[in-house]
Write a protein that binds this ligand. Structure first.
Ligand code: CAP
Ligand code: MG
Length: 446
């Protein structure tokens, strides 16, 4: 192994870009936690100083124009714990470095900018970010949050997990066929219906016809069952078309909109949430997140993305399952504290979204992806309840007796769990649940 090169160990770099934890006032700094794996010849402290310097005052060598004002903006490495091939480091960036009016796009250019390409680093992962009150207060956050959604769905007095569905197949149905599936799911007992993330305004299912047909079907279901049901219309598109989709959806009665946040960008979510004409909750899908979140040693942890979604005003957000068809994040991340790894990491993120954050409204965590009735107890137990929504697409519409029975079976599984009754026991006199358990067995459970 070649000798470690202490690239940034000269007094100037250490003095400018490191400090002790006691010197970091949490009200005056944005604090980032990174997993850093430097190339063999670079020490962890050098790598961390490299990040602090590049992402704050941005220079790899002394320049003639350094003044005290510039030095006050320096990022500070104040904690290093060596793990695996690298270390978990904390870097504090002074609040004055941030343009509070420029929001998340500016924040990302600092805390998740050039550092991902630095030549001294083999891997680097932004694990967490903690912002001072003044920073968080520059955002309005969600308009509805868990409380607002519960009021709409009338589950505030007796909180329970919400049941959602994604209309399947993903694409190819006509507006009338979509509305029929939505109606069946609603009568079967779902609280929430959503478009799948690739359905927007294609020829086979234009948004105007779809929304008017689905809302009519849900009105009918409400008259019959007395229950409100939200329909999240996917408005994802490039900016001009996105706003047209929003207008079309709202003018045809949509009571919720949905956006693929990483495809459109955080600022778009924020502009939707802060627009006074949008008086409905925003459901946030996260497709593409795994390009950043899946590796346990490189990229950006989902917890960070969830914090940004809350700042930008998402009312509900996909955060993953404990059991389901998608990869559980962070396999191999025993490198870190449990709050960043695997299912415990999802739970930690869900609890953050449910908890107080300088007065911003909460965000309802959504577990989705391969869920069917047999998976309900473990997902609720491990991810936390009652403040959660379980979404099932295939796990409802794939029921042997169809969508209505599928929704009933999911609801029965939730009821059984909430009453503390084992599913097999409850299934004895709940036929839809029994059929679902027989049909899918333990798929994805083990
Ligand atoms: C679920 C889903 C969601 C995934 C995405 C799908 O459908 O609609 O997009 O949940 O994963 O198309 O797979 P099924 P995540 O219930 O039929 O699986 O929520 O982890 O972002
Ligand atoms: Mg989907």
């Amino acid at each position: 192994m070649s000798e470690k090169r202490e690239w940034y160990e000269e007094e100037f770099w250490v003095k400018t870009f490191t400090s002790t934890p006691e010197e970091i006032d949490p009200d005056r700094y944005v604090v980032c936690t990174y997993y850093v794996a430097p190339h063999e010849e670079v020490s962890i402290r050098s790598a961390a100083i490299n990040i602090a310097a590049e992402q704050s005052i941005g220079t790899w060598t002394k320049v003639a124009t350094m003044t005290d004002r510039v030095f006050e903006l320096a990022g500070k490495v104040f904690q290093i714990n060596e793990v695996g091939d690298g270390g978990v480091v904390k870097i504090a960036f002074p609040l004055d470095l941030f343009d509070l009016d420029a929001g998340v796009s500016h924040l990302l250019s600092i805390v998740a900018g050039n550092l991902f390409g630095m030549g001294a680093l083999k891997h680097v992962r932004l694990l967490d970010i903690s912002m001072p009150r003044e920073y968080v207060k520059a955002f309005k956050g969600p308009k509805f949050g868990i409380e607002g959604i519960r009021e709409i769905l009338d589950t505030d007095k007796n909180p329970r997990p919400h049941l959602g569905t994604i209309i399947k197949p993903k694409v190819g149905l006509t507006p009338k066929e979509t509305a029929k599936v939505a109606y069946e799911a609603a009568v079967g007992g779902v609280d929430f219906v959503k478009d799948d993330e690739t359905l927007t305004n294609q020829k086979f299912n234009p948004i105007e016809d779809r929304v008017s047909n689905v809302m009519e079907a849900l009105d009918k279901a409400r008259e019959e069952t007395g229950r409100n049901i939200l329909y999240a219309v996917d408005v994802t598109a490039d900016i001009g078309m996105l706003w047209k989709n929003v207008e079309t959806a709202l003018s045809n009665g949509a009571n919720c909109i949905m956006v693929d946040v990483l495809c459109v960008g955080f600022p778009v979510l924020r502009s939707l949430a802060e627009d006074p004409s949008i008086k409905v909750p925003i459901h946030v899908h996260r497709c593409m997140h795994a390009a950043m979140t899946r590796s346990s040693i490189h990229g950006i942890h989902m917890l960070v993305l969830a914090k940004l979604v809350r700042l930008c005003g998402g009312d509900q957000l996909h955060t993953g399952t404990a059991k389901g068809k998608m990869e559980q994040p962070g396999s191999g991340a025993s490198l870190y504290s449990s709050k960043y790894s695997g299912v415990k990491g999802i739970r930690y993120m869900n609890d953050f979204l449910r908890g107080d954050w300088y007065g911003l409204k909460t965000v309802l965590p959504v577990a989705s992806g391969g869920i069917h009735p047999a998976l309900v107890p473990s997902n609720l137990r491990l991810l936390g309840y009652p403040d959660i929504q379980l979404n099932a697409g295939g796990g409802i519409h794939g029921h042997p007796k169809g969508t209505r029975a599928g929704a009933k079976a999911m609801l029965q599984a939730i009821e059984a769990f909430m009453k503390g009754i084992p599913l097999e026991e409850y299934a004895k006199d709940h036929v839809e649940l029994r059929e679902a358990l027989e049909y899918w067995g333990m798929k994805f459970l083990t």
